[in-house]
Design a protein around this ligand. Structure first.
Ligand code: ADP
Ligand code: ZN
Ligand code: ZN
Length: 746
C-alpha cells in the first residue's frame, strides 16, 4: 500500500511535494487524483502524479487534506503522454496538465447538475385514479402523466409546469409518489433528432483500405515495434468518412473504444450529424467535444467518457486527450489542418500527439486527408506510415473542372482596376442560376476593406498596438484590428496630411456580399465568417437554409472551405487565390495548394459535374497549377525537393524562439543575448538564423523578435535551449516563448 503521494501544485509551474496519505483517503486516491493539500500557511489544489511507499518517513511529511471529486481523473497512459509533451514541447508539466484536464473538470465549482424528479412509488388500485380525479383533478393529471412514462421518473418542473406548485408534494405526503434528486446530463445535442443511417456498401478502393486497417485492429495491434500509422489519401468526396464509420463500428463491436479528431472549423452540424446518426442506436455512447460547449456541457461530456458510458468520441484538437480507455482506433481527419496546432502553451500538434498516444495505447492510428501534409507524406516515403489511397469520388463523378482566370488581363480590360467578380465568373454564375443550381464563393479575408489608404501621402491607418493595417468593417462602420481587436472610427481625412482623399483599399467578405447583391439583385446571398456567425446556431441555420435551396450564393471564409456536402452546388469561385501565397512562410505554397484543393472539393458533389473558377494574379505558380490538375503527388514531389534543398521541415525540425516586451530595446537585447549564448553552445547539426524582428513586429502593444532554429531532431535544439535559458534571467516585462515544430511563423 503506498503511503505517500507526489503532488504537482496547480498554478505553480514546477512545484512538487510529497504528502502522506491519511487513513480516510487510503485506497481512494491514485495517480491522476485531484487533491487539496496544505502548502506553507495556505491550502492549494494539485494533481497526484506519483505514489510512493516504504522509505518515506510518513511522520515527517504533511498529510493530504481531501480529494476533489471522486475517482482519479487521469489514466496512467495520459499522464505518460503529458510527460512526453512536457519534454518535447518544452512546456512545464503543470501547463500540460491544464490542457489534458480541461478547466471544466479541474474546477471544484463544476459538478454534476441534479434536478428534482418524481417517481410513482406503487401501482394504483383499480378505480383509484377515478376517485382522486373527483377530489383533486390536478393530482390526477400528474398521475396520468407518470403512468404514461412508467417506470421512468418525470422532472418535477415539467409536471408542475401548468398545474401549479405543491401538487406533487401533496401526492408525496400520501405516499403515492416519491420526489428525489437525479443527475441530469447536459447534452449539447439533446434537442436534435438523429435519423439512423445504414452502412453503405464500400466500393473496391474503400474495401481495400478498410480491410488493411481492420487487419491492424485485430488481433489488437501487436508489439509496439510494429506500430505503424496509416495515411489515407482520398480525394475530396472519395468516401473517407464512410471508411472511418465502418472501422469504428468494427472497433466498438470488438469491445474497444474509438476517437475521431476533426478540425474545429469542420466540426460543423453536418459532421456531428453523420457520426451521431450512424450510431443512433447507441447515441448516448457518442460524446462530442468542441469549443462551443458550455462549461457544464463539457464537464458532463467529459465524465460520460471517463465513466465509460461513451465509447466513441468526436472532437476537435484537445479531444486528443479524451479519457477513453481500451482505445482501438484513433482517426485524425483532415490531418493536414494547421488548426491541430495549439498556438499557446503547451504548443502541441494534435495529429502528432495522436500518433504518440496511439503508440502508447497500442492502437491503430488513421490519418486521413485529400491533401496530406508533407510531414506525413514524407513519413510514407520513409516507410514509417502505410499509404492507402482513394483516387476516385465515391459516386464515380469526375473531379470538378478547374478554370484559372488571370486577373492581370482582367484588370487591364477593366479600367476601374481589377473587379472582384471577373466577367467570366459572372457569366458562369448566371448560367448556374438558370439551371437552378447553387454557388459557393470563397475569400479568406473577412471585413469590408483591408485598409484605409491616403491617396495623397500614402499613409495607411494602422493599429495603435500592432504593426498591421486596420480592416474596415462596414456593419460596425469602424476600423478593426484583426490581431488584437482594437477598434476606432474611420477618419474622414488623412491623420497624416489632412487630405480628404483617403480611400478604402483591398476587399473582404463584407464587400463581396455587397457587390453580389448589386450584381444579382434577385438572388439570395448569405455570408459566413466569424463576424456574421457570432450568434449560437446561426451557422447551423444558415447551412440548413442553403441545403434547402433558400440561399443561392454562400460567400465565406475558411469556415466554408471544409467538410461541407451540398449536392446542388455546381460552381465554386475562389476570388483571390494569391492571398496566402506571398507571406514569409516556407509552408505558403503547401497551404495554398491545400486550400484550393479543399475549396474546389465543395463543387459537384451531386449528379452534375462541378466547376471551379480560380481568380489569381499569379496563374503560373505551382500551387495553383498542380491544384488545377488535381495532382497531389506532383505537387508533393516538387515541394519536397524545395524543402530538402533549403533544409526545411520535414527534412529538419524547426524551433521558433520569440521574445516579446512592451520595451522594444529590452526585447531586442534579450533576443540577441539568447542568440549569442546559444551560438557558443550548439554543434554544427543545428542551423541557427540571425535574431530579427518578427514579421508581425508588434502585437497588442508588445514588440516581438524571433530566432529560427533547425536540426534533425527537435530535442537536440530544446536541450541546448534549456541549458542557455536556465542560466539567463530576463527583466519582468520580457516574455520568452519556445515553439517546437511551429506553424505560425509571424
Ligand atoms: P470524404 O470524407 O472523402 O470527403 P465522404 O465520406 O463525405 O467523402 O463521401 C462523399 C459522398 O459519397 C457522401 O455523400 C457519401 O455518403 C457518399 N459515399 C461514400 N461512400 C459511398 C459508397 N461506398 N457508395 C455510395 N456512396 C458513398
Ligand atoms: Zn495623407
Ligand atoms: Zn491591434
Amino acid at each position: 500500500m503506498p503511503d505517500a503521494a507526489s503532488v504537482l501544485i496547480d498554478g505553480s509551474g514546477h512545484l512538487q511535494f510529497s504528502y502522506s496519505i491519511p487513513p480516510h483517503l487510503s485506497g481512494k486516491v491514485g495517480v491522476g487524483s485531484r487533491v487539496r493539500v496544505p502548502l506553507r500557511t495556505r491550502q492549494a489544489s494539485g494533481t497526484i502524479i506519483g505514489l510512493e511507499s516504504a522509505d518515506i518517513d510518513a511522520a515527517r511529511i504533511r498529510p493530504l487534506d481531501s480529494l476533489i471529486g471522486s475517482d482519479p481523473v487521469l489514466t496512467p497512459k495520459l499522464l505518460e503522454l503529458a510527460h512526453w509533451i512536457s519534454n518535447y514541447y518544452y512546456a512545464p508539466l503543470e501547463t500540460v496538465l491544464r490542457t489534458v484536464l480541461p478547466e471544466a473538470v479541474r474546477s471544484e465549482a463544476q459538478t454534476f447538475k441534479t434536478r428534482k424528479v418524481v417517481r410513482l412509488l406503487a401501482d394504483l388500485e383499480p378505480g383509484e385514479l377515478a376517485t382522486i380525479e373527483k377530489r383533486a383533478p390536478r393530482q390526477a393529471t400528474v398521475l396520468q402523466q407518470l403512468l404514461e412514462t412508467k417506470p421512468h421518473p418525470v422532472l418535477l418542473s415539467d409536471l408542475e409546469k401548468d398545474g401549479g406548485s405543491g401538487v406533487c408534494r401533496a401526492l408525496e405526503r400520501k405516499g403515492i409518489v416519491g420526489i428525489e434528486d437525479s443527475q441530469v446530463h447536459r447534452d449539447p445535442h439533446a434537442s436534435e433528432q438523429f435519423v439512423p443511417s445504414d452502412p453503405l456498401t464500400l466500393n473496391a478502393d474503400q474495401q481495400t483500405a478498410y480491410e488493411r486497417i481492420s487487419d491492424a485492429l485485430c488481433p489488437p495491434a501487436g508489439r509496439s515495434e510494429d506500430f505503424r500509422p496509416f495515411l489515407l489519401h482520398g480525394v475530396t468526396g472519395s468516401g473517407k468518412t464512410e471508411v472511418y464509420l465502418q472501422l469504428i463500428r468494427n472497433v466498438i463491436e470488438g469491445g474497444r473504444s474509438a476517437l475521431v479528431l476533426v478540425p474545429e472549423i469542420s466540426l460543423t452540424p453536418q459532421t456531428v450529424e453523420r457520426f451521431k446518426s450512424r450510431f443512433a442506436h447507441m447515441q448516448d455512447q457518442v460524446a462530442v467535444l468542441h469549443s462551443h460547449l458550455s462549461q457544464g456541457e463539457r464537464h458532463d461530456e467529459w465524465f460520460k467518457i471517463h465513466r465509460k458510458h461513451a465509447r466513441i468520441v468526436v472532437g476537435a484538437r484537445s479531444a486528443v486527450f479524451a479519457p477513453l480507455e481500451n482505445l482501438g482506433l484513433i482517426v485524425v481527419d483532415e490531418e493536414h489542418e494547421t488548426s491541430y496546432k495549439q498556438e499557446n502553451p503547451p504548443r502541441y500538434h494534435a495529429r502528432d500527439i495522436a500518433v504518440v498516444r496511439g503508440k502508447l495505447e497500442n492502437c491503430a492510428v488513421l490519418l486521413g486527408s485529400a491533401t496530406p501534409s508533407l510531414e506525413s507524406y514524407e513519413n510514407v516515403r520513409r516507410g514509417k506510415y502505410t499509404l492507402l489511397e482513394l483516387p476516385r469520388r465515391a459516386d464515380d463523378q469526375r473531379m470538378p473542372l478547374i478554370r484559372v482566370i488571370d486577373m492581370r488581363t482582367e484588370s487591364r480590360r477593366n479600367k476601374g482596376g481589377p473587379s472582384i467578380v471577373s466577367e467570366r465568373l459572372r457569366i458562369a454564375m448566371d448560367k448556374r442560376f438558370d439551371e437552378g443550381e447553387q454557388i459557393i464563393l470563397f475569400l479568406n479575408r473577412r471585413g469590408f476593406a483591408t485598409s484605409l489608404v491616403c491617396q495623397e501621402c500614402g499613409h495607411v491607418c494602422e493599429c495603435n498596438h500592432c504593426s498591421v493595417p486596420l480592416t474596415f468593417h462596414r456593419t460596425e462602420e469602424r476600423l478593426i484590428c484583426h490581431i488584437c481587436g482594437f477598434q476606432r472610427l474611420a477618419p474622414s481625412k488623412c491623420p497624416e496630411c489632412a487630405s480628404p482623399t483617403i480611400r478604402l483599399a483591398g476587399y473582404g467578405t463584407q464587400k463581396v456580399e455587397d457587390v453580389l447583391k448589386r450584381l444579382f439583385p434577385d438572388r439570395n446571398v448569405a455570408r459566413v465568417d466569424t463576424d456574421s456567425m457570432k450568434r449560437k446556431n446561426l451557422l447551423r441555420d444558415t447551412l440548413n437554409a442553403f441545403k434547402a435551396g433558400k440561399i443561392d450564393i454562400l460567400v465565406g471564409t475558411q469556415m466554408i472551405a471544409k467538410g461541407l456536402h451540398f449536392p446542388n452546388v455546381t460552381l465554386v469561385g475562389i476570388l483571390n487565390a494569391d492571398l496566402g501565397l506571398h507571406v514569409p512562410d516556407f509552408r505558403a505554397g503547401e497551404r495554398t495548394f491545400q486550400l484550393l484543393t479543399q475549396v474546389a472539393g465543395r463543387a459537384g458533389r451531386g449528379e452534375i459535374l462541378g466547376e471551379v473558377v480560380v481568380q489569381t494574379f499569379t496563374p503560373h505558380s505551382p500551387s495553383i497549377q498542380f491544384a488545377r490538375h488535381h495532382d497531389f503527388t506532383g505537387f508533393a514531389e516538387q515541394e519536397l525537393q524545395f524543402r530538402k534543398q533549403f533544409q526545411y521541415p520535414p527534412y529538419t525540425h524547426a524551433v521558433l524562439v520569440t521574445v516579446r516586451s512592451t520595451h522594444e530595446a529590452r526585447a531586442e537585447f534579450s533576443m540577441t543575448t539568447v542568440a549569442n549564448r546559444l551560438r557558443k553552445q550548439i554543434g554544427p547539426e543545428i542551423l541557427m538564423g540571425e535574431p530579427m524582428p518578427s514579421p508581425l513586429a508588434r502585437a497588442a502593444g508588445q514588440y516581438r523578435f524571433q530566432l529560427f532554429l533547425r536540426a534533425p531532431s527537435a530535442t537536440r535544439i530544446t536541450a541546448s535551449l534549456k541549458e542557455t535559458l536556465d542560466k539567463l534571467s530576463f527583466p519582468k516585462d520580457v516574455i520568452v516563448s519556445v515553439d517546437v515544430d511551429p506553424y505560425f511563423l509571424m
